[in-house]
Design a binder for this molecule. Structure first.
Ligand code: PLP
Length: 375
């Protein structure tokens, strides 16, 4: 079935096609000059010292665990209202995910008060996730981290160019992780980026990305080195130049795309004022947001009613989603489950509505009118 209004649409045109063709013709298709250009451009736009392009964000999160030396038995505090990859990374190094609740139904980011309550002698780090591109309370989170000597990882997958008090998200904690999966703000098919202001982390991330080898094929092809040593137990987490070339074009488009999304959000907010049985989270947020998604929450409701409304919207040709089913309720996380009041309500009553820069005022009008008739 194809929807009249899809949840997301790629912002692609001939420029991405040309970038792919140019890269194919250059005959260097694996990690090389395009990847270096993509990383440099990303660092510049995010006002951060270092960027390492990777095959996806899941591996960026894994590398973050390795770089911060998180090991078996260590505890890492994380949200449950996130994509499961955020938490899976903790398990890759046999550490223990400690789930914390979100602030409220209006603010779906991790609650600093709940973070602090869950700190023990074994806590090593906090992973935060900037939900929908809206910043977590970074002042309080960084303060807690300093006080308890904890590292901070930002899962900024939703948040390219989003800000917290003028600072770009992903550049505030020790490490920031980005995704360029097809439906993200920046799309390369698969792809990710690890960013940091710490040069030691950067150097080691580059080693770990490519088997722990001291030089890459591209450098050897240029005669910069003829041999290599292996100094770390690394992985193959590389991105290729075909995807990096698409990423460069996407970066050229992102500012305009985000401005368009901002307008769409404002249209939604205006038209939704007349629906009283819903909450629009982050409605008084002052930080710049990438508006990765547009979530709403049903008031005095339950998952059955939510699912019924989603079905009706689908029948009307409107695609929706749920960001997210709570991670602590998945079978594999059963043994780490705790009760998280806000997260559970949100997971049962949230509906993600279409959000992408191609939406028109007519689309928004249709979506809000249809939603209103069912609420
Ligand atoms: C998409 C996403 C990921 C995973 O990114 P991949 O590039 O698909 O591995 C992790 N965390 C969040 C919050 C995401 O939205």
């Amino acid at each position: 079935m194809s929807y009249k209004i899809p949840l997301f649409d790629l912002n692609f045109d001939e420029k991405e096609e040309q970038a792919v063709i140019d890269t194919l013709k250059s005959k260097w298709i694996s990690t090389g000059p395009k990847t270096i250009e993509f990383e440099n451009k990303f660092s510049e736009m995010l006002e951060v010292k270092h960027s390492v392009a990777l095959s996806n964000c899941t591996v960026a999160l894994h590398l973050a665990m390795k770089l911060l030396d998180i090991k078996e038995g260590d505890e890492v505090i994380c949200p449950s209202l996130t994509f499961v990859a955020t938490c899976n990374a903790i398990r890759y190094v046999n550490a223990i995910p400690v789930f914390a609740d979100v602030v409220s139904k209006d603010d779906l980011t991790i609650d600093p008060v709940d973070i602090e309550r869950r700190i023990t002698k074994r806590t090593k780090a906090i992973i935060v996730m900037h939900f929908g591109g809206f910043a977590c309370d970074m002042d309080n989170i960084m303060e807690i981290a300093r006080k308890h000597n904890l590292k901070v990882i930002e899962d900024a997958c939703h948040a390219p160019l989003s800000e917290y008090k003028g600072q770009k998200l992903g550049s505030i904690g020790d490490l920031g992780c980005y995704s360029f999966f097809s439906n993200k703000n920046i799309s390369t098919g698969e792809g990710g980026m690890l960013i940091t202001n710490n040069t030691e982390y950067y150097e080691r991330a580059k080693l770990l990305r490519s088997h722990g080898m001291t030089s890459m094929s591209y450098e050897r092809s240029k005669g910069h080195s003829t041999t290599y040593d292996v100094v770390d137990n690394g992985f193959n987490y590389r991105i290729d130049d075909i995807r990096s070339a698409i990423g460069i074009v996407q970066l050229d488009k992102i500012e305009e795309d985000l401005n368009k999304r901002k307008e769409i959000r404002e249209m939604y907010l205006l038209k939704m004022e007349s629906i009283d049985r819903i909450i629009v989270p982050f409605s008084d947020c002052e930080n710049f947001s990438s508006n990765y998604i547009f979530p709403i929450i049903l008031k005095n409701s339950d998952y059955k009613r939510r699912d019924k409304i989603r079905d009706k919207l689908a029948e009307a040709g409107i695609q929706t989603s749920v960001h997210y089913p709570a991670v602590h309720r998945f079978s594999i996380y059963e043994k780490y489950a705790v009760s998280l009041k806000n997260t559970e309500y949100v997971a049962d009553n949230l509906i993600t509505l279409p959000m992408h820069s191609g939406l028109t005022e007519k689309d928004i009008e249709y979506i809000t009118k249809t939603l209103k008739s069912f609420c």
